[in-house]
Design a protein around this ligand. Structure first.
Ligand code: UDP
Length: 237
């Protein structure tokens, strides 16, 4: 599959056309942004790690019955994926209070929930990705009631699978963001990426942050944290 025209450049990835319009080629960059693009930087080697990690995790999810956009890893930074029309919702699953949840409700980071939570935000940078409930998502015609139920089922299923897997790696899956897309036949599949950019991952023993919060909060050791979670994943996968 050869790379065609650059169709879109996002904050962390470039998307190219493929020979076949059913597919796209995603290229992972080392660019990092936070706070809706206000903070910018580079995490050296991040693109390589995120590409590989996301692909390995998506293949694992596929084996467990979750449909994903993953087709084939083409190179260190490039992956062939199914072309979907993205449902403009960020789907966030949480096991432990952190980040915007802690801020919004004034609760300490690190409080474990009895059962996981789910929330949606409208994927719109100009509006700052505002929270959106299911009724509003339906009113905006982003997804039908049935599709929202399916997205929730997939998201909680993914949480169970990933939480167990990361636990084997000595890592706590605190929270993560997913994006889903629609194939031409209307079916919903997991798209985007699963990586330390989109998940909060804490060391099970020490609670050390092994994810993008090291960049967001200027904690240092960003590259080392990404390499460490990748190393642990490769040991167990
Ligand atoms: N997240 C993401 N992209 C976003 C917003 C959140 O990947 O645009 C991920 C983030 O890495 C974390 C989870 O979703 O794992 C929950 O993020 P939260 O709502 O706490 O927002 P934040 O504190 O990152 O602003």
């Amino acid at each position: 599959m050869t790379k065609g025209a650059l169709l879109y450049e996002g904050k962390a990835k470039k998307v190219f056309a493929a020979d076949d319009p059913e597919y796209l080629i995603v290229c992972y960059k080392d660019d990092a942004t936070a706070f809706n693009g206000l903070k910018k930087g580079t995490i050296v080697g991040k693109g390589i790690i995120n590409n590989k990690m996301s692909n390995l995790l998506m293949q694992r999810l596929e084996q467990a019955g979750i449909p994903t956009h993953f087709v084939k890893e083409l190179s260190e930074r490039e992956t062939l994926v199914k072309c979907v029309s993205i449902v403009p919702l960020e789907v966030i699953v949480r096991n432990i209070a952190a980040g915007s949840f802690s801020k919004r409700y004034g609760v300490e980071e690190g409080i474990a929930f009895e059962s996981p939570t789910i929330e949606f935000s409208y994927k719109n940078d100009d509006l700052g990705d505002p929270l959106m409930d299911e009724y509003h998502a339906r009113a905006m015609k982003f997804a039908s009631a049935e599709e929202i139920e399916l997205i929730k089922k997939y998201a909680f299923g993914i949480n169970t699978l990933l939480k167990e897997f990361w636990a084997e790696c000595g890592v706590i899956l605190v929270d993560f963001k997913l994006e889903f897309g629609r194939l031409p036949d209307g079916s919903i599949i997991l798209a985007d990426e699963i990586s330390p950019d989109t998940c909060r991952l804490w060391d099970s023993q020490t609670g050390e942050k092994l994810d993008k919060d090291r960049f967001r909060r200027d904690l240092g050791g960003v590259e080392d944290a990404y390499s460490e979670v990748m190393r642990r994943l490769l040991e167990k996968i």
